[in-house]
Design a protein around this ligand. Structure first.
Ligand code: IPE
Ligand code: IPE
Ligand code: MG
Length: 241
């Protein structure tokens, strides 16, 4: 990977990934869906490692959506258990790699055990200043915007914000991602070409990259390809070149 990436002039500051295709990977390999999610967790470790080695500051991973609560109960339970075991097994590696973990989403909807492990790792890695790894858990962009509108309305009612002063900065400050810059590169695996309620506000000017690889197949080389594609793009932001 290092060889290819040496010539890259522009690296994204913030990469966000819709990690899709665990179930199809399992089916393709004659395994149960749970094995697909386990393989997906391994891919997460590889990609986090590669991103942190490249010195990319922000990586946001879509791990569980508000809509995913609608999956069969045993699948939801499997995903929650897998989350707990990954948090337990990865804490040392996160500390060693100077990675800071954060999370966005409606976290209070997560099972208590998941919340406990999550907040524990967030706390233990809070002083790290390398890559900022954000997990989107029980996350939905519409819900995020909805709760921002509620918070802002309350502040207007209590005269803490004047309606005429509401602007993009104020809206940003009420999103779960208030501490993150906009997404530069959004990657989605599995061949689906959709956003599935992920970071709608924050991807307004992101470069989009879709690959047919299923998430468990995504590795350092796949990341290199995405970064090479990003490097070739001219980001005009509505202006002329
Ligand atoms: C992504 O893989 C993992 C989550 C959404 C939690 P899927 O489970 O959606 O896999 P497919 O889309 O069924 O292949
Ligand atoms: C998006 O994948 C959510 C995550 C990757 C966590 P889904 O598999 O849930 O999305 P759809 O159903 O293809 O839109
Ligand atoms: Mg899917």
């Amino acid at each position: 990977m290092d060889k290819n990436l040496n010539n890259l002039k522009k690296l994204p500051k913030h990469i966000a990934i819709i990690m899709d295709g665990n179930g199809r990977w399992a089916k393709k390999n004659g395994k149960k869906r749970v094995a697909g999610h386990e393989a997906g967790a391994k891919a997460v470790n590889k990609v986090v490692d590669a991103v942190s080695k490249l010195g990319i500051k922000h990586l946001t991973l879509y791990a569980f959506s508000t809509e995913n609560w609608g999956r069969p109960k045993n699948e939801v339970n499997t995903l929650m258990s897998l989350l707990v075991s990954s948090l337990k097994s990865e804490i040392h590696s996160l500390l060693e790699k100077n990675i800071k973990l954060t999370a966005i989403g409606s976290l209070k909807k997560l099972p208590k055990l998941v919340q406990n492990h999550l907040y524990d790792v967030i706390k233990k890695t809070s002083l790290n200043n390398g890559t900022n790894l954000t997990l989107a858990l029980s996350y939905g962009a519409r819900e995020e915007i909805n709760q921002a509108v509620i918070q802002i309305s309350e502040k207007v009612k209590n005269n803490l914000i004047l309606t005429r002063n509401i602007d993009e900065t104020i809206i940003n400050e009420h999103l779960y991602t208030k501490n993150l810059p906009d997404v530069d590169l959004l990657i989605r695996t599995s061949g689906e070409v959709r956003i599935s309620n992920f970071l709608l506000w924050q991807i307004a000017y992101a470069e989009l990259y879709f690959t047919n690889e299923l998430w468990p197949e995504f590795n350092e080389d796949s990341l290199s390809m995405a970064l090479e594609s990003f490097n070739k793009r001219e980001r005009r932001f509505g202006k002329t070149s």
